[in-house]
Design a protein around this ligand. Structure first.
Ligand code: SF4
Length: 361
């Protein structure tokens, strides 16, 4: 009886989400020079048992994105996880560094009709990409993606759609000129360019494009030229603005209609507030650089999926208040302005000038 009432209550106030992002691994086979993953104290996979706790809530979303601070293909349960979601009519995707895409893995992803395969790039030449995404090899990644194309053609399948995820840096920006050609060659149908908004080392500050004020006209004109080329080739091209806005009044992430589940089941509004980034076991907290100052990463969890229902977590007062701060539609009418959430005070996503072309998967 008690369980029955809990189920009914769970239906009331259930969120309507665009996606649920699930961190299925914090292990990685690479060591990208900007990524916090190598600094994590504990590296682990999400167990299938914990993942299955999400099944009752899959009805709240259209898309499940299996992504966090790690390489999803290192979790051997990934195929079962995809299968569970597909069996419930969900779209499923993940982003990979592309190094583990062999024939067997590709065949399984195609057969499961995995919807989206994002592949991370930080350049279109091997020397640039491999320097930034250390431990990966662009030549091998391209070979793997050619194999993906062949296997899809052999099986007569359109799955998975290939999305190229290009990390814009000051020193790799010029190579964006080649990204449309590369996308065409690999049969990609979407290119998404993002900024480095979590800066782990002082030496990397100058690589964040939004810090290079004087080069902004160049960045914008090149992005517009690439967007035009992509349109001609019928490719979707989306990019985050390379310019900072003025005020901390919005978040460029979709926090009002999406949530992140950490590798241990903690629910956060975004990957930047994920408890994964907090070093436990007596280790020092991770720090990052924000506007020339060192700042700790503040973890923010509203509950654990292993202990509470997603509906209950989503409707907690603290979580509602957090979303209310960023819900632009509501803030217009709010009489008592909320203080900026502590975890967002040192986040570039709160002052990005917004997305151009949209970043919906
Ligand atoms: S502004 Fe806040 S909610 Fe948005 S990405 Fe940054 S830390 Fe997350």
């Amino acid at each position: 009886m008690g369980q029955w009432i809990t189920k009914i209550l769970d239906k009331i106030g259930s969120p309507e989400l665009d996606w649920i992002q699930v961190e299925i691994s914090t292990r990685c086979n690479a060591a990208c020079i900007y990524c916090p993953q190598p600094l994590l104290h504990k590296k682990q996979n999400m167990g299938f048992k914990l993942f299955k706790q999400l099944i009752p809530y899959l009805g709240y979303t259209d898309l499940v994105y299996l992504q966090g601070w790690g390489e999803p293909l290192l979790n051997p349960d990934i195929f079962d996880m995809i299968q569970v979601c597909k069996a419930r009519g969900k779209r499923v995707g993940f982003t990979t560094n592309g190094m583990l895409l062999n024939a067997e893995t590709i065949c399984r992803l195609v057969d499961l009709e995995t919807d989206i395969l994002g592949v991370s790039l930080a350049g279109t030449s091997p020397s640039t990409h491999n320097r930034i995404r250390m431990g990966t090899d662009l030549v091998k990644i391209i070979g793997n993606l050619e194999q993906l194309q062949q296997i899809k053609a052999q099986k007569g399948s359109l799955y998975p759609a290939l999305h190229l995820a290009y990390l814009m840096w000051a020193s790799n920006f010029h190579e964006l000129k080649e990204v449309v050609r590369l996308a065409k060659k690999l049969g990609a149908d979407q290119i998404v360019c993002s900024n480095m908004t979590l800066i782990m080392k002082e030496t990397l500050c100058q690589e964040a494009v939004f810090t290079q004020q004087e080069k902004q006209p160049y960045f914008i004109s090149l992005l517009e030229a690439v967007a035009q080329e992509a349109r001609k080739e019928n490719l979707i091209f989306a990019y985050k603005s390379p310019v900072l806005g003025n005020e901390s009044v919005h978040c460029s992430e979709n926090i009002c209609n999406a949530c992140v589940v950490s590798v241990t089941g903690e629910i956060s509004p975004c990957v930047f507030t994920s408890p994964t980034l907090s070093q436990t076991d007596g280790q020092k907290p991770l720090v990052h650089i924000f506007q020339n100052r060192t700042s700790p990463c503040y973890p923010l969890s509203f509950g654990n999926i292993g202990q509470e229902s997603l509906t209950r977590i989503w409707n907690k007062k603290e979580y509602r208040q957090f979303r209310k701060f960023y819900d632009i539609a509501m803030t217009k009418f709010v009489m008592d302005p909320q203080p900026v959430p502590k975890s967002c005070m040192s986040c570039y996503n709160s002052i990005m000038a917004g997305s151009i072309g949209g970043l919906r998967a």
